[in-house]
Write a protein that binds this ligand. Structure first.
Ligand SMILES: Cc1cc2nc3c(=O)[nH]c(=O)nc-3n(C[C@H](O)[C@H](O)[C@H](O)COP(=O)(O)OP(=O)(O)OC[C@H]3O[C@@H](n4cnc5c(N)ncnc54)[C@H](O)[C@@H]3O)c2cc1C
Length: 448
């Protein structure tokens, strides 16, 4: 391998202990009563069937929950997006009896983790926490990939485009090199020689991270949940009502039909729905915004926009912060804007792209990827960011309930950190971790 890999934070034996083959997520709710392996052992055909019916953990008829022990679960995690899935998995690996619930299914289409691809990069303008978390997480994404036969991570590389050189760029590169992260700084001539299909108007510096790339978002969350079930975890299709307790702990969550689920600890990783569940505590500290994503079809036989001819890229000098991916799995060349769109309700809002959005993105393509500017739109997605005021994740203990934790505020960059978030939350919830002040409720203001 030409480049070093990130260090693995867990022993490989722990990660491999769950095996690779059994992926039961086309199944009904899976409640593991004894903590051992679930009964089903599925073939490759079932794996593919499971993928085809992705999200099928939702919609299954509710089955009665037998708690792992009298009195309830060790931990109930509400929300099977990337944060909840990694938290449930990590706690399960540490021997907790965990129930993961979701109102619509793991990595479902309207969740923020339900998209096709998410960028993993360690270029974080010198922010040490996120640089380290992304690098450590990459090891765990690789480990997840090794447990499965289909790609979780595509190492296409990540290229940052900057209008001019700066001390900040050099500081970020130095930090990454100190962590052993492969990284190259390029000038405009070097980039033009490597990627002649890229228009470099206004770009003078590039930073290339050859071992970064694209996480297959929805798929990786669903496979992780499948691993969690295989390792003895339980999943329920369950829509939690906003929780209530007059005490200093939360004892149970209730569903729409009044059913209650009890646990010693709770984690709410509800993404853009977190403000609805906790209007007083979270409220406008997290504001969902509408984000449009476009996939363009290159000319027949034109491979210039597919890996390895094109990396994932971020136009850091562009006011709209366009970013994108090469054509991966023949889905098309992906392009999106990191600029926040209008406020958005994840339950009711329209998920069609706008004509204006398409016109704007074509104008951008004409400048940066001219060969694609007039190519047909092959597919599109509308997703929501769940933004904090300052872009930091929001992870903290509930101010009134000592056994309850909140996790969200991915703010357009949270996905890659899923493994690190899972570890951080598991450490905090069991008193072995130290809270990072920037991530706490007190560090976040209501905004929007
Ligand atoms: C277009 C787009 C591009 C992005 N690009 C990147 C990128 O390139 N790199 C990157 O690192 N990040 C990126 N992100 C950000 C990242 O995807 C999100 O920050 C991350 O997926 C958030 O995960 P989550 O688990 O917090 O939320 P979600 O994935 O939304 O999960 C929350 C879950 O909670 C469930 N839930 C909510 N309410 C309830 C309830 N009452 N009862 C039961 N279940 C409930 C939901 O059904 C949902 O499944 C992007 C986001 C978007 C939208």
């Amino acid at each position: 391998m030409p480049y070093p890999s990130p260090p693995v934070p867990y022993p490989e034996t722990a990660l491999l202990a769950v095996g690779a083959a059994n992926i039961p997520f086309a199944m009904a709710d899976r409640v593991n009563k004894g903590g051992g392996r679930p009964e089903a052992s599925l073939s490759r055909r079932h794996i593919l069937k499971g993928l085809a019916t992705a999200g099928a953990l939702a919609g299954a008829a509710a089955t009665p929950v037998r708690a792992a022990k009298p009195g309830g679960w060790d931990v109930i995690v509400v929300g099977a997006g990337v944060f909840g899935a990694w938290t449930a998995w990590t706690l399960q690996q540490r021997g907790q009896k965990v129930l993961l619930v979701d109102a619509w299914g793991a990595g479902h289409v309207r969740g923020s983790s339900g998209g096709e691809t998410r960028l993993i990069r360690t270029e974080y303008a010198g922010n040490e926490l996120y640089t380290r978390w992304a690098w450590q997480s990459l090891a765990e994404w690789h480990a997840l990939g090794r447990r499965h036969d289909i790609p979780i991570f595509q190492e296409v590389g990540a290229l940052y485009l900057y209008p001019q050189d700066s001390a900040r760029i050099d500081g970020s590169i130095a930090l990454q090199r100190s962590l052993g992260i492969p990284i190259e700084k390029l000038d405009a001539a070097g980039m033009a020689a490597r990627w002649p299909q890229l228009g470099l108007d206004g770009v003078s510096v590039g930073v290339l991270q050859p071992t970064m790339g694209a996480l297959m978002a929805r798929r990786s969350v669903q496979l992780l949940v499948a691993d969690f079930l295989e390792a003895g975890g339980s999943f329920r299709s369950f829509a939690a009502a906003p929780p209530m307790s007059g005490r200093d702990t939360l004892e149970a969550i209730s569903g729409a039909d009044g059913e209650t689920l009890r646990a010693e600890r709770f984690v709410f990783a509800c993404g853009p729905w977190l403000p609805k569940l906790f209007p007083d505590v979270v409220g406008a500290r997290i504001v969902p915004t509408r984000q449009e994503v476009f996939y363009f079809a290159p000319e027949a036989g034109d491979t210039r926009f597919a890996a390895p001819h094109m990396p994932a890229w971020v136009d850091a000098g562009d006011p709209d912060l366009h970013y994108g991916f090469p054509d991966i799995e023949s889905r098309g060349f992906k392009i999106a804007l990191d600029r926040h769109g209008p406020k958005y309700d994840p339950d009711t809002a329209d998920r069609r792209i706008t004509d204006q959005g398409l016109t704007d993105v074509r104008a951008y393509l004409a400048r940066r990827f001219p060969a694609l500017a007039k190519r047909p739109l092959a597919a599109s997605e509308v997703c929501q960011y769940e933004n904090s005021d300052n872009g930091h994740l929001l992870i903290d203990r509930h101010p009134a309930w000592a056994n309850t934790w909140l996790a969200g505020g991915g703010s357009g960059h949270g996905f890659k950190h899923g493994p690190a978030v899972g570890r951080y939350l598991a450490d905090l919830a069991f008193g072995t971790g130290t809270a990072v002040p920037d991530l706490m409720l007190a560090a976040h203001k209501a905004h929007g």
